[in-house]
Ligand binder design. Structure first.
Ligand SMILES: [Zn+2]
Ligand SMILES: [Zn+2]
Length: 229
C-alpha cells in the first residue's frame, strides 16, 4: 500500500488494481477517522498504518456505499469496533433493499444495521461532510478546513492534475454530479483528493472549464441524437 501524507492531518492510502483506489486516514488529537474503506485487501495495510500512527481508529465515514468503498470494513471492525457512517440516502441501497439508481439489481455492500446516518455539515473527526449527490444519491465529500483538503470520493476522476467526470458507467445522474462538483467553488480547497486518481491543486480554478466541457458535450450528444432521426 502506498501511503502519502497530504497535509498536517490527512494521509492518503492507495493501492492499484485495474484503477487506483484511495482511502484516507485523518488525525485529530484523540484518534483517527478513516474516510472510505476501499477494497477488502486494503485491510492489512490500513491496520499497519493505523498502528504506525499510534492512535486509535475512532470511526469510519463513507463518501458513498459502492462496494469499492466498503471492502475493508469487516476486517477493520474485527480490530476496532467502530461506528460506520454514511449519508442516509445510501443506506437502503447499501443494505441491498433497493438497487442503486440506474442499476437493475439490488446488491448489499454491507450487512444490514451496520451503517448509521451521517449528519451533513456537522464536524466529525476534524472533517465537515457536504452532500454532493449525482454519482450516487447520498454521495458526500469531506472537507478538512484547517488543512484546506477536500476528500471527494467519486465526485470526480482526475488525470494529470485535471478534473474529469466520474465514471459514467457507475454514475447515477451525471448532470447532478457535475452540478455537485461546484462544492470546489464554494469551499475553494487548496487540494482535492479523490478515490480513483491523483490529487488536484486548487480545483476551483478549473471548475468552470470542467462544467462548460460537460455542457458542450451533452449539447452535442443531444444534437447528434436529434439529427440521427
Ligand atoms: Zn462509486
Ligand atoms: Zn469508486
Amino acid at each position: 500500500m502506498k501511503i502519502k501524507q497530504l497535509s498536517e492531518h490527512v494521509w492518503e492510502c492507495s493501492i492499484w488494481t485495474i484503477i487506483p483506489v484511495s482511502v484516507w486516514l485523518v488525525k485529530t488529537e484523540t484518534g483517527l477517522t478513516l474516510v472510505d474503506a476501499g477494497v477488502s485487501w486494503m485491510a492489512g495495510g490500513l491496520l499497519r498504518q493505523i498502528k504506525a500512527m499510534n492512535l486509535p481508529l475512532e470511526r469510519i465515514v463513507l463518501t458513498h456505499g459502492h462496494s469499492d468503498h466498503t471492502g475493508s470494513i469487516r476486517k477493520l471492525r474485527e480490530h476496532f469496533e467502530v461506528p460506520v457512517y454514511v449519508h442516509e440516502a445510501e443506506i437502503a441501497c447499501m443494505e441491498g433493499r433497493q438497487p442503486y439508481p440506474g442499476r437493475r439489481k439490488a446488491q448489499a455492500s454491507v450487512e444490514a444495521g451496520l451503517v448509521q446516518p451521517l449528519a451533513m455539515e456537522q464536524p466529525v473527526g476534524g472533517l465537515v461532510p457536504y452532500w454532493t449527490p449525482g454519482h450516487s444519491p447520498g454521495h458526500t465529500a469531506f472537507y478538512h478546513e484547517r488543512d484546506g483538503v477536500l476528500l471527494a470520493g467519486d465526485l470526480f476522476t482526475t488525470k494529470r492534475g485535471r478534473l474529469h467526470q466520474p465514471m459514467a458507467m457507475f454514475t447515477a445522474d451525471m448532470a447532478q454530479a457535475v452540478e455537485s462538483g461546484a462544492i470546489v467553488e464554494q469551499l475553494k480547497p487548496e487540494l482535492l483528493s479523490i478515490c480513483h486518481g491523483g490529487v488536484v491543486v486548487r480545483p476551483h480554478e478549473q471548475y468552470e472549464a470542467y462544467k462548460l466541457e460537460w455542457m458542450n458535450s451533452s449539447y452535442n450528444r443531444h444534437r447528434n441524437a436529434g439529427s440521427a432521426k
